[in-house]
Write a protein that binds this ligand. Structure first.
Ligand code: ADP
Length: 500
């Protein structure tokens, strides 16, 4: 878990934990959090109690030993033990003290020589230690060696002397004659601490167990509504039901249910429109085939068909094939438009030239229908667009304006721009669109007058393709129409393409 710098990498640790499936379970996370929250006070308390006990126990023992040593030190002076260590009384006292504190007592004279060692090892040897030297100057010392579990103490052996009466009025003063050095074992304190520690560990284990039980119970209650949600979602997924789900046990599940119902609603809507689209496509594709079949059958069943009839029927069949081809290519264009915006092939396009080219291509159709085509370019326009898709969108609008026009009618195309958008207006003096039909004209396969549209080669997909292309460029399209007078389509597209 160490990063290249050798420092603990928290993100790496988090990722590793996330990879472990068990840590992704909410139950496990809650358990760990509660465990940490529950056990930290236990650890702190254990540490504080043990520390406090140890300090107090060592203090009590130190002052206890110190009292005993002070009494003994007086006896040592009384019995002149530093000069003669044969005193039975003192030796017994020393032995008793040594046994009582499970330790060792050394009696050292002012020459730093050990005159008595209750262990009998170092008698006659000289001891040079900082504590002993400080003690010879009259200072008692005590040291607690936690690692090895003993207390080491030094007590000066002092003799009180009195000055002669004539000098300083018989004042008393202490002379340090030697040092008592004691090493007392702390085993009983350590044993008590061990026992306290064990008890604390048992408490901690019990707390952990209680937390585990709590988490199991709480998670059962807490996760029950989520389980219900999962069951309900599984049922929708398996297709048993399409009904909205509702788990009102808690606010969170209610919100999840609401969000899911919204998604479900949208999916239903998409499914409905997909089904409608598929049935429309089948119908549209079937119509030319049915016509062709009728035409072909009548040719097959008739004997000695005159050449003119044969030619006329074959001409009709060719027209139906052309129609089928147009429907299929329009459908393909629509499918391409439906893909993501990333499929757009954006480049800087001179819109004036492009519109002129489109007009040039459509002029023969307009002439055939005796419709006048007018193009007005207000200013030069260059825009970042997908040339193919925008060409298709504009062509459909102009083609419709020609198709749904009247004899001697006109179509006027105007290109303008401001600093942000370019606008293309296609006005015609045609048949117009009834007001109630205006909101449907961009739907796939929608036609105001089905038979008329079929007659003039419409597929009902042109405006759907146009709108889809404009939306892909983050543009808008608006229509205004008066029945019998004409229609105006205005498309508005940003000059700079902004990908989302
Ligand atoms: P189509 O291939 O039938 O032209 P569109 O999607 O291009 O399909 O148009 C849908 C319908 O909107 C047309 O069938 C027609 O009834 C109506 N429409 C479109 N443009 C015009 C227009 N300029 N004038 C009158 N009606 C129009």
């Amino acid at each position: 878990m160490c990063g290249p710098s050798g420092v603990w990498d928290i993100t790496l640790l988090k990722n590793k934990l996330h990879e472990l499936k068990i840590f992704r379970s909410l139950k496990v996370r809650i358990f760990l959090i509660m465990l940490i929250v529950g056990l930290i006070p236990c650890f702190v308390m254990r540490y504080a109690i043990l520390n406090n006990y140890e300090q107090r126990a060592v203090n009590v023992r130190t002052s206890d030993i110190s009292t005993q040593l002070k009494i003994l030190a007086n006896h040592l002076i009384t019995y002149a033990y530093l000069r003669d260590t044969s005193s039975e009384v003192i030796n017994a006292e020393l032995e008793q003290l040594s046994n009582l504190y499970d330790g060792r007592v050394l009696i050292i004279n002012s020459d730093l020589k050990i005159v008595k060692d209750t262990y009998g090892i170092s008698e006659g040897k000289t001891i040079i230690s900082e504590e002993v030297i400080r003690c010879l100057k009259g200072e008692s010392t005590s040291k607690y060696d936690r690692e090895n579990g003993y207390i080491e103490m030094t007590i000066p052996i002092t003799e009180s002397l009195q000055l002669p009466e004539d000098k300083n009025m018989g004042e008393k003063f202490d002379v340090v004659r030697g040092v008592m050095l004691v090493s007392a074992s702390n085993d009983n304190i350590i044993a008590t601490m061990d026992s306290l520690n064990r008890q604390a560990l048992v408490v901690e284990a019990l707390v952990s167990l209680a937390i585990l039980v709590c988490v199991v119970l709480v998670s059962k209650v807490l996760f029950a509504p989520f389980k219900k949600i999962i069951v309900a979602l599984d049922q929708v997924q398996a297709g048993y039901t399409n009904d909205p789900i509702s788990v009102t046990d808690c606010r969170e599940t209610e919100l999840i249910g609401d969000a899911f119902n919204r998604v479900l609603g949208r999916m239903k809507m998409l499914d409905d429109s997909r089904q409608e689209f598929v049935s429309n496509v089948s119908h549209e594709l079937k119509t030319p085939i049915t016509s062709m079949k009728v035409l072909a059958d009548s040719l097959i069943t008739q004997q000695d068909v005159p050449l003119e009839v044969y030619q006329e029927f074959m001409g009709d069949i060719a027209a139906e094939i052309e129609r089928e081809d147009k429907i299929i290519s329009d459908l393909l264009s629509l499918v391409k438009m439906d893909r993501t915006a990333a499929d757009l092939n954006i480049s800087q396009v001179n819109m004036n030239e492009l519109v002129e080219l489109i007009m040039k291509r459509l002029r023969p159709i307009a002439m055939k229908r005796d419709v006048q085509l007018v193009y007005e370019s207000i200013r030069p326009v260059t825009a970042a667009v997908d040339e193919v898709k925008i060409t298709q969108a504009i062509s459909n609008l102009v083609e419709n304006a020609i198709k749904y026009n009247k004899e001697h009618g006109f179509v006027k195309v105007t290109l303008d721009a401001d600093h942000q958008f370019f606008t293309l207006k296609v006005e015609d003096s045609g048949i117009g669109i009834p007001e109630e039909a205006l909101e449907n004209i961009y739907e796939r396969f929608y036609r105001v007058d089905k038979s008329r549209s079929r007659e003039i080669g419409g597929t009902g997909l042109g405006l759907a393709i146009t709108k889809s292309a404009i939306l892909k460029h983050r543009g808008t399209i608006k229509v205004q129409s008066t029945e019998g007078e004409g229609t105006d389509f205005t498309m508005k597209i940003p000059l700079t393409y902004i990908a989302v």
